[in-house]
Design a protein around this ligand. Structure first.
Ligand code: GDP
Ligand code: IMO
Ligand code: MG
Length: 421
């Protein structure tokens, strides 16, 4: 399909990077539509491991890789990623960044860290990469944008104006050292020189590609339940990972999106704080974490692990308009003789529901209702799934009324089964 969105259907880390890398082979443009260096996408290809924060996951196929207006860019992280790619022999000449994207500045990182410290037990558990403060300044119309890098005088002036206020916050509210104007202005001018060639009108690029009938993948970072509007607020990120975010970020009409591929693990993980009904209790959680290698790509934190939650996944199908699912990490469940799947929530008043609760207190206090599915207790090595694994996948598809078209059977690029062309 010419324009396909790839969206995380859970709380992030679903394996989007691997699925985008796979589909990028058949695409012309790979476009990231939101988020920043809070994302960590791992791709294992030909025995090599790559971890991307900013870069769209199509970069290994030398596709046009585009970051849209909805992204926030930390120039230091971005330049480091460009350097690392070039050092590994991967050309970055195909990378384009929207001039409308906002910059994450050092005060955003310092405020993110200070704010989490102040919140103490109430903290969100952010990646501390300055994401929330950068999007907050964007909404307050105080942000510095990528296109400001094109004009040294404007860039310096904007840094100066911002610092006058941010330093007061840093010193008086968060009790940390203020930032120094001259040092910062010089450092950002050097980033600017490096980034200028990559700045582009990304809406025009995507529009032209679609008019020419080229294939465009629109890649979300994070996941549906971390969406600022529709996720588990306030334990969310500050952007719109849901599929509609792709149209907003690239300035294309929503009717131009042809297909939405949801990526979900065969179980669930979550990094950071917040309610998590199907979180596994007891030693099975550690077993899933070890078998799945569930440690954060960005912060190295242990990921919390839960059994597959069909209530949350049904919600993701709804708010994204998911047309097919990629179910990753099915191999991780090969070790369990019985696999619980959360099919309903029991609400505090005793009522059971298949629909995601609209009210936060219902979600915070609901209990998962599990159905036990038989395990398969064998490796997923062959060209077909063992019958019990096929039944597990069919149960998911049937419960959601969405086809599962891809099944992840291992971390590497080729460890995937296509169930339909
Ligand atoms: P993303 O943020 O959604 O791109 O996901 P991450 O890269 O943060 O986390 C997914 C992890 O699972 C990565 O280490 C991948 O290499 C790995 N992975 C992806 N798909 C599979 C799969 O089907 N099986 C296994 N065992 N690992 C997978
Ligand atoms: P990828 O793209 C998993 C989580 C953080 C925290 C919350 C807010 O690899 O799927 P933020 O730094 O964005 O303000 O943190 O969101 N979070 C992620 N969890 N995968 C991610 O990205 C995430 N990006 C942010 O742990 O709970
Ligand atoms: Mg990740």
């Amino acid at each position: 399909m010419p324009a396909t969105v790839i969206v995380g259907a859970q709380w992030g880390d679903e394996g989007k990077g691997k699925i985008v890398d796979l589909l990028a082979q058949h695409s012309d443009l790979v476009c990231r539509y939101q988020g920043g260096p809070n994302a960590g996408h791992t791709i294992v290809a030909e025995g090599e491991k790559y971890k991307f924060h900013h870069m769209p996951s199509g970069i290994l196929h030398a596709k046009e890789c585009i970051l849209g207006a909805g992204c926030v860019i930390d120039p230091e992280v971005f330049v480091r990623e460009l350097d690392e790619l070039e050092a590994r022999g991967i050309s970055t000449g195909c990378v384009h960044v929207s001039g409308e994207a906002h910059l994450i500045m050092p005060w955003h990182v310092a405020i993110d860290q200070g704010s989490e410290r102040r919140l103490g037990e109430l903290q969100i558990g952010t990646t501390k990469r300055g994401i929330g403060p950068a999007y907050a300044d964007k909404a307050a119309r105080l942000g510095i944008r990528v296109q400001d890098l094109l004009e040294p005088k404007i860039l310096r002036q904007k840094i100066e104006v911002a610092l006058a206020e941010k330093n007061v916050w840093l010193e008086r509210v968060y009790g940390v050292e203020p930032l120094e104007l001259e040092e910062l202005a010089a450092r950002y001018e050097s980033f600017a020189q490096r980034l200028r060639p990559y700045v582009a009108d990304t809406s025009l690029l995507v529009d032209r590609a679609l008019r020419d009938g080229r294939f465009v993948l629109l890649e979300g970072a994070q996941g549906t339940l971390l969406d600022l509007d529709h996720g588990t607020y306030p334990f969310v990120t500050s952007s719109s990972p849901i599929a509609a975010g792709a149209a907003v970020s690239f300035g294309i009409g929503p009717q131009r999106i042809d297909e939405v591929v949801g990526v979900s693990k065969a179980y669930v993980t979550r990094v950071g704080e917040g309610p998590f009904p199907s979180e596994i209790t007891g030693p099975a959680q550690d077993r899933v974490r070890e078998l799945g290698g569930e440690f954060g790509t960005v912060t190295g934190r242990e990921r919390r692990c839960g059994w597959l939650d069909l209530v949350a996944l049904r919600f993701a199908v709804r708010v994204n308009g998911i047309t097919s699912l990629a179910l990753t990490k099915v191999d991780v469940l090969s070790d369990f003789d019985e696999i619980p799947v959360c099919v309903r929530y029991r609400l505090p008043d005793g009522e059971e529901t298949e629909d995601f609760p609209a009210h936060q207190s219902d979600f915070h206090h609901c209990e998962p209702v599990f159905e036990m599915l038989p395990g398969w207790l064998e490796e997923l090595a062959g060209p077909a799934l063992p019958p019990a694994a096929a039944d597990y996948v069919a149960f998911v598809a049937g419960s959601l009324d969405v086809p599962v078209t891809l099944v992840g059977t291992g971390a590497s690029r080729d460890a995937v089964l296509a169930l339909q062309p």
